[in-house]
Write a protein that binds this ligand. Structure first.
Ligand SMILES: [Fe+2]
Ligand SMILES: [Fe+2]
Length: 368
C-alpha cells in the first residue's frame, strides 16, 4: 500500500491515542487507581502508533493471494500438483496461522526493543512481566505476545479499515487534528527526554541556569514595551493570561531551538510576540479570530522591534495547520508545535484546577 505522509501521521496519532486508552483502562482497573501508562504527559502511547503503522505497511505483503501464489509455485514442482488444488482450504488455514506467528514475532520484538531502549537510554521502566510465566527479562511474556496477535488481527480486519474509511469521509478534519496532535506529541517527547537527561547531573543543572539567564537577557528589552507587558491584562487560555502563555511558549521554544542548534534568540523573540493582540478573543475582536490574529500580532510586533524574516514567519505561521500555509523556517516549526502543546496544557491544567474541589488530588496530579 502506498501511504501519503499525512496518512502515516493520521494512523500513528490515532492508534497512539487508542493504545493509551486500552492501557489506561487495563492498568487503572488492575491497580485500582488512575495510572498514566506512558512516559509522556499526554494521552498517547507511540508504541501502539508504530505497531499500527508497521502492520499497515506489511499487511498487503501477507495477503492470501501472495501466500497461495508462493505456495503453488513451490508445489508445482511436485508430480501430483493438480490434486493439491483440493488442499486450498487447508492452505488458507495455514496462511492464517503463519500470519499469526509473524504478528507475534513482530509485535514481541517491537515490545522488547521499546522496553529495553526506554530502560537503557531513559532509565525508565514502564512495564514489567517479571511475575508472568514465560517472560524474558520482564520486557515480554507469552501471555501478552498472544494478546498482541489478537490485537493485530482486530486491527487488520476491523480497526484499520474503519480508520481509513473515517479518514476518507472527513479527510480535512482528520488531517488538521492529527497534525496538531502530532506536533503536541513531538514537543511532549522533547520535554520529557530533556528532563530525563538533566536529572541527577549537576553539570547539566548549571547549564540549565545559564540558559535561564540567557533567555531573560533576550526577552527583557521586549518586556519593557507597553504592547508586550499589557498582555497580562488579557485572559488567553482559560485561567492563564496571554503574557503567561507567550512566556511559556517563548521559554520552551528557546530551549528546544537550543537543542536543535537553531537560532535561539530569534525563536524566543518571535515566540514571545506570536499572540500580540489586545482583545478578549472569546468575546470581542474580528470574526474568524483563529485565522486572522497572526496578521494582527505581526503588525503589532513590528511596532515593538524591527523584525527579521524569520521572526515574521514565526508569528504569521504559528496557527498552522488551521491556516493552510505551513511555517517556512525550522524555528517557526518549533514555535508552532510548542504553541499547541502549551495551549493544550493550559486548558487541561486549568480545568483540573477548577475541578480540584470536586476531584481528588491524585487525579489532578495525574495530569501534571
Ligand atoms: Fe495564536
Ligand atoms: Fe499561542
Amino acid at each position: 500500500m502506498h501511504l501519503k505522509l499525512i496518512e502515516i501521521i493520521y494512523i500513528f496519532t490515532l492508534f497512539s491515542v487508542a493504545g493509551w486508552m486500552i492501557e489506561f483502562v487495563y492498568r487503572s482497573v488492575s491497580e485500582r487507581r488512575f495510572v498514566n501508562p506512558g512516559l509522556l504527559a499526554g494521552p498517547y502511547l507511540p508504541i501502539y502508533g508504530f505497531g499500527a503503522l508497521l502492520l499497515t505497511v506489511v499487511r498487503p505483503h501477507l495477503s492470501e493471494h501472495h501466500f497461495l501464489f508462493v505456495t503453488f509455485a513451490i508445489l508445482s514442482y511436485f508430480p501430483a500438483y493438480q490434486e493439491l488444488n483440493l488442499l486450498q482450504p487447508l492452505l488458507l488455514a495455514c496462511h492464517i496461522v503463519a500470519k499469526g506467528i509473524f504478528y507475534m514475532i513482530t509485535a514481541t520484538l517491537l515490545e522488547f526493543a521499546s522496553g529495553w531502549s526506554l530502560e537503557r537510554f531513559f532509565k525508565v521502566r514502564l512495564w514489567s512481566y517479571e511475575d508472568q510465566n514465560w517472560s524474558i527479562r520482564g520486557y515480554i511474556c507469552l501471555k501478552f505476545s498472544l494478546f498482541w496477535v489478537f490485537l493485530a488481527f482486530t486491527l487488520e480486519y476491523f480497526l484499520l479499515p474503519a480508520a481509513m474509511k473515517f479518514y476518507q469521509s472527513g479527510a480535512m478534519h482528520a488531517t488538521v487534528i492529527s497534525l496538531a496532535l502530532f506536533e503536541i506529541m513531538t514537543v511532549d517527547f522533547l520535554i520529557r527526554a530533556a528532563r530525563l537527561a538533566t536529572v541527577g547531573r549537576p553539570k547539566r543543572q548549571n547549564e540549565a541556569m545559564d540558559r535561564e539567564r540567557e533567555f531573560l537577557a533576550i526577552i527583557e528589552p521586549l518586556m519593557q514595551h507597553r504592547l508586550v507587558s499589557s498582555l497580562e491584562n488579557y485572559r488567553h487560555h482559560y485561567l492563564r493570561t496571554r503574557l503567561d502563555h507567550s512566556l511559556d511558549v517563548a521559554w520552551l521554544s528557546f530551549q528546544i531551538a537550543g537543542k536543535l542548534h537553531l537560532d535561539k534568540k530569534l525563536t524566543a523573540r518571535g515566540a514571545l510576540l506570536h499572540d500580540l493582540f489586545h482583545y478578549d478573543w472569546l468575546r470581542e475582536g474580528p470574526r474568524w479570530h483563529g485565522f486572522r490574529h497572526p496578521r494582527i500580532a505581526l503588525e503589532n510586533a513590528r511596532k515593538v522591534i524591527p523584525l527579521t524574516k524569520k521572526e515574521e514567519n514565526i508569528i504569521i505561521r504559528h496557527m498552522w495547520p488551521l491556516t493552510p500555509i505551513p511555517p517556512f523556517y525550522p524555528e517557526a516549526w518549533v514555535v508552532s508545535m510548542v504553541d499547541k502543546y502549551c495551549g493544550t496544557k493550559d486548558y487541561v491544567l486549568g480545568v483540573a484546577a477548577t475541578l480540584k474541589k470536586a476531584i481528588p488530588d491524585r487525579i489532578v496530579s495525574f495530569f501534571r
